[in-house]
Design a protein around this ligand. Structure first.
Ligand code: ATP
Ligand code: MG
Length: 594
């Protein structure tokens, strides 16, 4: 049960051992006063002569034991917490290392709620196991065991009576564990779902308000929060009756010893001093047993969490090598690529059921070096997915993508990144200055180069209006800028990076007509002589492409030039007509507006 956590603890394992030893001494100090009390009570009951010095030394002993118990307890906890928090640090670093090997897309798909729960809550909850359950739980269990052995040496019959409560409470404990474990899966999944929903609820609040979807959105929020409550209560409901029986029975160590032991002494089967000693010892272990019981139920929960934590990171790592880019040119080839996103749903037993639905099926095409290749198709046809496969956010389930003859999986991600500039529809901006945000494109660029790139990407007109110009902070994740402005920052990054392959996924989607023209000019400058893959809903923008690939439902239905496709491809004709209609509609509305 502790193998995994000890693996992560590494050198701090020693701390846990030391803390357990110190705690053991502390619990022992709690038992000794009962022995000393026996030494006073027994002679008094037997009318044996004892002096004041005899009594005072024992009373002083009791006091010293109690003080030592408190000091040792504090010291033990101090050592155990140090070891625990150092282990959590190592665990978080180990998790981050595992995360780094995963495909970026897989990490993003997990959702911030899940990642936060994994890195913060789940890891923190292990503190309970390491700092308390382990040292305190073990110490509070070991001392009673030793005391029982001592009682057996004194009088086995009386010791057996003191043990009577244990087997019954053990049965209750086992039942509590088995029902608790069954409920743990759904409880854990419900917690994860609630986390994601709460984050999504607050992130999406703006959209929710605009579309008057408060009721729907709140309903989802409420249902997930309620489901978490229900699952938690179901877990408690299943486990608590057994826990209550267990916690009442276990500390009742004198339940038989007092009446039956008294009778045994009366009929001469046991001696009175032995009965007093066994009664004192039984009373001394009530509290430690209760404490041990308090920590033991947390153990299966934590064991489950470590397993769940590892399962979360069980996805196949990104296929890559250490190799640099050795492609003979920048021709991109998709060779029979099939891909589906992995989605997981909680199964009936709470374990996630992972399923894969193909969104790209047997796609093969070549985007020639130095040419413009456009991907078109209805929404959801798989265009962005094809782009994400090229920047190696995911590995395809089948087939391969290569650049200049070298497969993506045969080079390092860094080597690939150096060859590609990717401008997505939504760009993440760091909360540093806009200058630094653009410099992400090429970290060794000078300020002048960054400003030049910003000028080319048409950023200057809005940058100049900001109080500190290009030195203004981007705000939390770029929230201070509009969608179109963020896209232009992303374009400036790409211009600065000046990579030989450029992938533009709806790069001008947010631009207004005036800016769009300027951005198109900037893009034309950026992509000169480069291999360009462009995704655009606005078909007129791509009609001059050297090659247009038409996607429908994840399959490539045709490739060719605009003129050729207009003649031969029904799907393209449909898209072109839709684009024309929307252009006409715009003209009409513009006229009506006048
Ligand atoms: N992260 C994801 N997890 C699961 N399914 C996804 C994910 N991203 C996209 N999909 C699904 O994959 C399919 C293709 O999506 P994709 O984003 O590639 O379409 P698209 O052609 O770019 O659409 P659009 O023109 O609207 O941007 C869609 O059915 C979508 O629901
Ligand atoms: Mg898309």
């Amino acid at each position: 049960m502790f193998k995994k956590i000890f693996e992560y603890a590494g050198p701090h394992k020693k701390g846990i051992y030391t803390a357990t030893a110190v705690m053991l001494l502390s619990v022992l100090m709690g038992v000794l006063p009962f022995v000393l009390a026996y030494q006073i009570i027994a002679p008094l009951v037997m009318s044996d002569p004892i002096g004041t010095a005899y009594v005072t030394t024992r009373l002083a002993g009791i006091l010293v034991c109690l003080v030592l118990q408190a000091i040792l307890n504090g010291w033990g906890l101090d050592i155990s917490h140090r070891a625990a928090y150092n282990t959590l640090l190592r665990l978080r670093v180990a998790l981050q290392k595992r995360f780094e090997t995963l495909p970026l897309g897989v990490v993003q798909d997990k959702g911030t709620g899940t990642v936060k729960k994994l890195f913060v809550d789940d890891v923190d909850s292990l503190e309970l196991l390491m700092a308390h359950s382990l040292p305190e739980g073990i110490a509070n269990l070991m001392v009673p065991i030793a005391v029982y052995v001592a009682m057996f040496c004194v009088d086995w019959k009386l010791a057996l009576m003191s043990l009577a409560s244990v087997p019954l409470s053990l049965v209750a404990m086992m039942l509590m564990y088995s029902v608790g474990m069954k409920q743990m899966g759904p409880y854990y999944m419900a917690g994860q779902k609630m986390n994601n929903t709460i984050i999504e609820y607050f992130n999406g609040m703006e959209v929710v308000k605009v579309f008057n979807k408060d009721a729907d959105s709140f309903e989802r929020f409420r249902s997930d929060v309620t489901s978490y409550r229900d699952n938690t209560l179901a877990w408690y409901k299943a486990a608590w009756p057994w826990m209550a029986i267990y916690s009442c029975l276990l500390p009742c160590t004198i339940i038989l010893t007092l009446p039956l032991g008294g009778w045994f002494t009366y009929i001469g089967l046991s001696s009175l001093p032995d009965l007093i000693l066994v009664l004192c010892l039984s009373l001394s272990i009530g509290l430690p047993l209760l404490k041990a019981m308090g920590f033991l139920p947390t153990m299966p929960q934590l064991n489950y969490k470590i397993t769940a934590l590892e399962q979360m990171l069980d996805a196949a790592p990104l296929q890559q090598t250490e190799d640099s880019f050795r492609g003979k040119d920048y021709t991109i080839t998709y060779n029979d690529v099939t891909f589906g996103y992995q989605t997981s749903q909680p199964g009936p037993d709470g374990q996630p059921i992972v399923s894969v639905n193909n969104v790209i099926t047997n796609v093969s095409f070549t985007a020639r070096a130095g040419q413009k290749t456009a991907l078109v198709g209805e929404s959801g046809s798989g265009k962005s997915t094809l782009a994400k496969l090229l920047i190696h956010y995911y590995d395809p389930q089948q087939g391969s993508i290569s650049i200049g003859g070298q497969k993506l999986r045969d080079m390092s991600l860094t080597a690939l990144n150096n060859q590609i500039s990717y401008v997505a529809q939504d760009q993440y901006l760091f909360n540093t200055s806009l200058l630094e945000n653009i410099r992400v494109g090429r970290l060794n660029a000078t300020d002048d180069e960054v400003i030049e790139a910003a000028r080319k990407a048409q950023c200057m007109e809005f940058l100049e209006k900001l109080p500190q110009g290009i030195h203004s902070m981007a705000g939390d994740a770029g929230k201070m800028l509009s969608g179109g402005q963020r896209q232009r920052i992303a374009l400036a990054r790409a211009i600065l990076k000046d990579a030989p392959i450029v992938v533009l996924d709806e790069a001008t989607a947010y631009a207004d007509p005036e800016n769009e023209e300027k951005m198109e000019a900037a893009i034309a400058e950026l992509v000169k002589g480069k291999t360009l893959i462009v995704i655009a809903h606005k078909l007129p923008a791509i009609m001059n492409a050297d090659q247009i690939c038409v996607m429908a439902h994840g399959s490539l239905v045709a490739t060719g030039t605009h003129d050729k496709l207009l003649e031969s491809c029904e799907e393209y004709k449909k898209l072109w007509k839709a684009a024309q209609d929307s252009a006409e509609w715009k003209v009409h509305t513009a006229k009506e507006g006048k």
